[in-house]
Every structure is written in C-alpha cells, then in structure tokens.
Design a protein around this ligand. Sequence first.
Ligand SMILES: [Zn+2]
Length: 224
Amino acid sequence: MTLRNEVTQSPEESYMSDVPTAVQPANSNPSPERPSKEEAMKAVETLLRWAGDDPKREGLLDTPKRVVEAYREFFSGYDEDPEEILARTFEQVEGYDEMVLLKNMRLESHCEHHMVPIVGKAHIAYLPDQRVVGISKIARLLDVYGKRLQTQETMTAQIAETIQKVLKPKGVAVIVDAKHMCMTTRGVHKVGTTTITTQIKGAFKDDPQLRAQFFEMIGSNVIG
Ligand SMILES: [Zn+2]
C-alpha cells in the first residue's frame, strides 16, 4: 500500500546534522562515468556564473571545492550496497516474536528533480521471522538510500523491499515524513508542508491489529 498525503506542521528543522558518513568502496551502484574532482569543480563554477555571480571574487574562490566535497557526503549512498548492510543477521533472540520498531530516525536526502534537500524522519518496523539484524543496520540502510538522489516514494519502497528481500521478515512497515525544500523555497512555496509516504508489507498489511499497533506506537494521528 502506498499512501500519500500532506499535513501542516511546525517550523523548519535546521538542515544537516553532524551524522558521520563512511565512504566505502564503490560496489552496488557506481556511476559509470564519474568525472574527476577538477571537472566537478569546473561545473560548480559554471553554476555560480549561471546564478549571476563571479567565481573569481574572494568569497567564492573555495566554493567549488567545498561544494564537490559536500556532494561526496550528500551522495555517499551510491558507494554502499544496501543489501550487504543487512546481510549479517542473528538468530532471533529466544522468545522474541514481536515487532522491532525504529522510530523518529532523522532522514536527510536530496530530491532528484531539483537536487535540493529533503529533510524529515522515518519510522521503520519489521516483524522478525527467525532472524533479526542489529538495529544500527536499519539506520544505515536509511542513510544509504537517503544519501542518493531520490523521490520520497521510491526511497520508501526501496527501504521496505530491501528489508523484505534480505531479512525475510513476516512483515515490514516504513513511513517517511519529510519536508521538500523544492516545495518550500521555490515553485509553490508551501512552507510547512510535509509529505508522508508509507510502504506496508506482509503481516502489517494482513493483520489490522498489528498495523494499528504500529501506528499507535509511532504516535500517528494522520494515518490508520
Ligand atoms: Zn524537487
């Protein structure tokens, strides 16, 4: 089930926390023709001129270098393999057969249409079947998909599908609730709008009680 709607929310969160991102060897999704750092810096210079400024003025001299380095961090998710992150699982803790929920995880991404930030939070739950994964791995999975150019709908589905495929749980539920800077700082200028996307599979779909428990636990008064 994919459900999308919009609600009005409180003031902007500040963008970018200091979450460290490990850049690892390219594997799952390498760009076939990644340009050199110098070429990328040249492109930033072109954009500065396109904006109407002078890349040679003092304040902008180091900007291309800063921008390309920031891009390596914003888009470090291309260098990691999401399935590999979840691959190391543990035999289920004895007797634990309830939902595992990571709630209110910060999400940072960039929209693939305008290359501006998407910032919000994600709730990810699964109902284990024999195997569990370290909870930090779920958070890393969110980062790997977040640190790519995205649409929120695609990212929500990718997270749920990867968990389903690798962990094979009885069910998985993902909710992403985020603000798109392309909605708030340009175009329609709808400040305060958040977009909510959900992807619900298996037991969370078939068992209304489990689904209700999930929405209750994340404190959602929007859906369900
Ligand atoms: Zn956009």
